[in-house]
Design a protein around this ligand. Sequence first.
Ligand SMILES: *Cc1c(COP(=O)(O)O)cnc(C)c1O
Length: 495
Amino acid sequence: MQFTSTRRNLSLESAQVITKGISEEGGLFVPQTFPRLSDELISRMAGMDYKERAKTVLSLFLTDFTAAEIERCVEGAYTGTFENDDPAPLVEVAPGMNLLELWHGPTCAFKDMALQLLPYLLTTAAAKTAPGRTMVILVATSGDTGKAALDGFADVDKTRIIVFYPQDGVSPMQKLQMTTQTGGNVAVSAIYGNFDDAQTGVKNIFADADMKKFLAAKNMEFSSANSINFGRLVPQIVYYVSAYCDLIKTGRIKAGETFNVTVPTGNFGNILAAVYAKYMGVPIAKLICASNRNNVLTDFIRTGTYDRNRPFHTTTSPSMDILISSNLERMLYHLSGNNAELVAGLMKQLKSEGKYTIPADMLAKLQQEFYGGFCDDQAASATIAELFRKRHYLCDTHTAVAVNVYEQYVRETGDWKPCVIASTASPYKFAKAVLSAVEPEAAADNEFAMVDELSKVTGTKIPAPLANLKDRAVLHKSCVKQAEMAGFIRAFLSR
Ligand SMILES: *Cc1c(COP(=O)(O)O)cnc(C)c1O
């Protein structure tokens, strides 16, 4: 298996792709071809547990890893780290409506599915490409990624991890999750400013030649844990293949029968993993891309024009408050028939004008594969309330956006095919919005009171990792200006 870039023709192995994270000219790494899952292999996989399914899928993409390496990575990532033996249970909430619960990991959001595995993949890959070197993971986060990366990388040998988050841009629960993180190789700091300030600061540091020299002298190298790294995509492909196996195994569909997939989308990473599963032969019919009020993707799928020049809305589904969906670049590459030159041109336009329009033939293919829809906070709140009232199922704000858009799709098209809906966070991670949806009268004045109240009102259990937070010591109290980020990093790495 060889990988290329979306903006230039290359031929690299997976270990190189995972350690580099992003291609030098700014393109993203993509597989040159997709391995096919034969019917025979699928029927064997239906009889496997999640870890065996993961090893099977990984071995098809990471052909430069040995079977023993893949074994060690997968066992390390998914043994004892998730609430139950199945990290990604598929719950049939209503006929044909299957919620793929991806939030039973240590930080209660779907990022764990990939970020529990990435440290193993990255250290195994780095041992091949740069033996002895320490990888320094730099993260700017709007909430969920930061904690999931900290949890995954804490105390992993030959790694350091540094996370920056906007001081007032994350939920109280998310903030506490990060500031209480233990581990000898972790550093966390708030920054004055918003997520974009944190992100820009991190990008500048990645590109800073002096900083690179400083790291090289210590036999260190920057790497990225955000969703542009192929090492984060491949674990996500696994759960769509696994969902298909579970649909077959439980008799909800027959082998080969098609189903739809709905994903609450921000950076386009999660839904792209479903596309990749489809390219491998998983019979997915329609990919339903669900957005909140930041509906740049809905407009793109409907018109073929991607335009980020629009107001940014802060919503109750903050992990989808994104106007530049980085992983869409990979989709453009595949839709264009692997045309790196065309993709490079579109990305240049996005940078200079904030928008681009794809050619008609690409738009036709896009619309054949995808349906795009969105809903606002009020509609998501009504969906949480209705799902709980009618089905006694409690979902979070991001999942609610997906359920709402799925229902719009069914109303509009009459397509009742079974659907797998990605459920991306525990409702307790967004307790305030979820509580006010199911119990508008509830009076609770702080995050933990709301969590307790939500449990009382709904009779559901508080996930242990969130319940325990109350008693944990705050270890990271620093807050720096964007210009001070580099100094913070140097100080930490000199320790
Ligand atoms: C990150 C995240 C999303 C968006 O996923 P993308 O891969 O960025 O599209 C949706 N829901 C939750 C809870 C998330 O943390």
